[in-house]
Design a protein around this ligand. Structure first.
Ligand code: ZN
Length: 229
């Protein structure tokens, strides 16, 4: 949706949100795609927060301003809804920015997804938090599960989990102590652990996937040491 500005040659503003969501699980109180709204006004639906909550705010803001008779700004404003953000944006914004159509929009400033606000305040912050998928393959000595085998993958997994939790706790403490928000710190969570084939055999390999969301204050290699040593 485009609102042409009074000076349309100026670089334009893009208000971006994505429409797709991550997959659903089977334990929803209400159908994840029903958009069910209960008596308190709480909306249940995949993507209600991430990130239709922001897309709807863009639309509501313009509706309110239009009702007040404000219908044009100096710069052209593009309200963009894109697909495939959760899967890497190849057929979404990542592909769109390479197109001629995108270049023609002459975008000078973009406001996109940020952290959700739990207050009636729309938090705006600048800076780019980087999402990093950390895949760790832990190898160790395998053998029969009835023995005291040394240097197992499980021992290393314990260290990885300990280091991850230590980093996570430090960041959380930093946020709470200085009254910061999620936008100011780096989060780190172990989200997938896979390993083992038989109940009586020590696993030779364990795969761990972590999600790190934050700023590269440290080099990737030193971060690797931080969680793996
Ligand atoms: Zn999102």
């Amino acid at each position: 949706m485009t609102i042409i500005g009074s000076l349309p040659d100026l670089p334009s503003i893009m208000l971006y949100s994505h429409m797709d969501t991550v997959q659903t699980s089977s334990d929803w109180t209400h159908h994840p795609y029903s958009g069910y709204k209960d008596e308190n006004g709480t909306i249940y639906g995949r993507g209600a927060q991430d990130m239709k909550s922001l897309g709807i705010q863009h639309m509501e803001a313009f509706r309110n301003l239009f009702e007040q008779g404000i219908k044009q700004w100096k710069r052209t404003i593009h309200i963009v809804f894109a697909p495939d953000e959760e899967t890497g944006s190849e057929n979404g914004m990542k592909g769109f920015v390479k197109s001629e159509e995108f270049k023609k929009l002459n975008i000078g400033f973009s406001l996109d997804e940020g952290g959700p606000s739990q207050k009636d305040i729309y938090d705006v912050y600048y800076g780019e938090k980087v999402t990093w998928f950390v895949n760790v393959t832990i190898t160790g000595s395998a053998g029969h599960g009835s023995k005291f085998i040394k240097n197992t993958a499980l021992e290393k997994l314990e260290r990885l989990l300990y280091n991850t939790r230590k980093f996570r706790n430090e960041q959380e403490a930093l946020m709470n102590k200085n009254n910061l928000t999620l936008a100011d710190v780096t989060t780190l969570n172990v989200n997938i652990i896979n390993g083992g084939v038989l109940v009586n055999i020590l696993p030779e390999k364990i795969h761990v996937c972590e999600l790190r969301n934050g700023y590269f204050r440290e080099e990737p290699l030193s971060f690797q040491r931080l969680i793996c040593d």
